[in-house]
Design a protein around this ligand. Structure first.
Ligand code: RIB
Ligand code: CA
Length: 318
């Protein structure tokens, strides 16, 4: 039985690849996509999600637009990494579908209520929609199997020395999710800086067909931006690592730890404080990714994406 998932995302190059991995994997049933402001504004992340579905020939997958800003703070976007469109680099086809009416939080609540069994939420952007869902619709908690999120870091940050971008954009929402008492898994930078697509991987993808060519062009752009901004020409496919963990939980090793989110200090706001040494006395509240078999990740990703062609509803091996 495939695992039902809802992807809550801010496409974004790596979010786009996460969507395609989910569509290409028979272990998953992508119930729907919700979008949030993060890498760029929510109008753009929403149209980007629709355009990625057009690339995959899957306009049937429902997309609902969510929060246009964090719970209480101003929105900060990452267009310096993802470009003004949020998906700069490749030629991206126009959307072949429209978002469902209404807010993503109501859509998620409806999808969860209608689900035949509990659904895994896979947030790969700021956690604003998830925090709003838990606040406005507490009745859906039994319909949430677990939350496997891309965000945070045991070690250094990427948007400040302390904080990873998704948590930093909306630390109040992140604190609510880690404090929710739900089964939360954090796939952070300690793992995702090793879940890379290499130049060779991109060439294999480029030769494989329309979807592979699109992903290769996404990684071309992403690698060039990483080189310019961080001085390291790598393409960490952060968000696909969270999806990969749902597909095959042996690729990323996790430990049960306490995670708290800094929401006050101007210097370290957005930091996930992970009690790796068990010194805080605080109870464990999350599974935290600590190591990853990077080559197994990229082999899974390339294998699945080369098998996904861009025709309506088809993906070889499904
Ligand atoms: O820090 C990496 C995360 O921030 C990824 O989800 C990327 O898409 C951006 O949202
Ligand atoms: Ca993202």
């Amino acid at each position: 039985m495939p695992t039902p998932i809802i992807l809550d995302c801010d496409p974004g190059h790596d979010d786009a690849i996460a969507i395609l991995l989910a569509l290409a994997s028979p272990e998953l049933d992508l119930v729907g996509i919700t979008t949030v402001a993060g890498n760029t504004t929510v109008d753009k992340t929403t149209v980007n999600a629709l355009r990625v579905l057009a690339v995959a020939g899957r306009p049937d997958v429902p997309v609902a637009a969510g929060a246009d800003r964090p719970l209480v703070r101003e929105l900060h976007v990452a267009e310096h990494i993802h470009g003004v469109s949020g998906l700069d680099g490749p030629e991206v086809p126009e959307a072949a579908s429209e978002p469902v009416p209404g807010h993503a939080v109501e859509a998620m609540a409806g999808w969860l209520a209608a689900a035949a069994r509990p659904v895994t939420l896979v947030p790969t952007g700021p956690l604003t929609n998830i925090a709003l869902l838990l606040e406005r619709h507490p009745q859906v908690r039994p319909s949430i199997e677990r939350i496997v999120l891309m965000g945070g870091s045991i070690g250094l940050g990427n948007v400040t020395p302390s904080a990873e971008f998704n948590i930093w954009v909306d630390p109040d929402a992140a604190a609510a999710v880690f404090g929710s008492g739900l089964d939360v898994t954090m796939v952070g930078l300690d793992v995702t800086h090793h879940t890379l697509l290499s130049v060779d991987d991109s060439e294999v993808l480029r030769a494989s067909g329309s979807v592979g060519r699109f992903v290769a062009e996404l990684t071309d752009f992403f690698r060039a931006r990483y080189a310019r901004i961080y001085g390291d020409p790598i393409a960490p496919i952060h968000d696909a690592a969270a999806v990969a963990h749902v597909i095959d939980p042996t690729i990323i090793k996790t430990r049960r730890l306490n995670v708290e989110v800094e929401t006050a200090s101007p210097l370290t706001v957005g930091r996930t404080v992970v009690d790796l040494m068990g010194v805080s006395g605080r109870s464990d509240n999350a599974w935290v990714g600590v190591t990853v078999e990077g080559r197994r990740f990229s082999e899974l990703l390339v294998d699945r994406l080369t098998g996904l062609d861009g025709h309506a509803g088809s993906a070889s091996g499904l």
